[in-house]
Design a protein around this ligand. Structure first.
Ligand code: ZN
Ligand code: ZN
Length: 199
């Protein structure tokens, strides 16, 4: 039995050795791609048609996405989310409070500080929420029209939250979970494992 190093949840797919290839549609224009063979984050992609593509997290880099995204938003700095960022990507955002010297952090050199609250991209309307706890620079990103919330390693399906012992903070995590509770999302899309409709 294997555990995800970051969320400490048993990854059932590990045991079956399943590999999920390609992109799976989860909402209008929103797709996900994930591997369950190793510690690698799910990559989410917002397809803006001729406006290009935006991705949430980049995976660990062992699963190249095969295109250059217009924008890449990193939910936090752990390498399994940031390792896929390529040098030729131009618009990459990571929260400025992410600690560069914490364990498993890998900050791409070309990342810019995520200092905006809302961002329009093609037909999508994004809103960023700073949700420290798992790491100090963790964010959740809401796509307002679809109600999809990209929660990184802060909140997982089943109500579990990410570990806080890698220079995170459990008191901040509690505050962040309270904040997430108030976000009007309908579909939770975490950085690992299953996505989940809000009850
Ligand atoms: Zn992770
Ligand atoms: Zn993490």
């Amino acid at each position: 039995m294997k555990y995800c190093r970051f969320c400490l949840r048993v990854n059932s797919k590990y045991q079956r050795g399943n590999k999920v290839e390609g992109w799976e549609k989860i909402a209008g224009g929103i797709y996900m791609r994930r591997t369950d063979e190793r510690v690698c984050s799910t990559i989410y992609m917002l397809d803006g048609g001729s406006g290009g593509r935006l991705i949430i997290d980049s995976g660990d880099g062992k699963m190249p996405i095969g295109f250059v995204p217009e924008i890449c938003i990193l939910t936090h700095g752990h390498y399994d989310h940031t390792g896929g960022v390529e040098k030729n990507w131009e618009e990459i955002y990571l929260h400025p409070q992410e600690k560069k010297d914490a364990p498993y952090i890998l900050v791409p050199k070309n990342a810019k500080p995520l200092e905006w609250k809302t961002k329009k991209f093609a037909q999508f309307e994004l809103e960023a929420f700073h949700t420290p706890g798992h790491t100090m620079g963790s964010v959740c990103v809401l796509e307002r029209k679809s109600g999809v919330l990209f929660s990184g390693d802060t909140l997982f399906a089943g109500g579990e939250h990410g570990r806080t012992d890698l220079q995170g903070d459990s008191a901040l995590m509690r505050e962040s979970l309270k904040l997430i509770e108030k976000i009007p999302y309908r579909l939770l899309c975490p950085g690992h494992d299953e996505i989940e409709k809000r009850a």
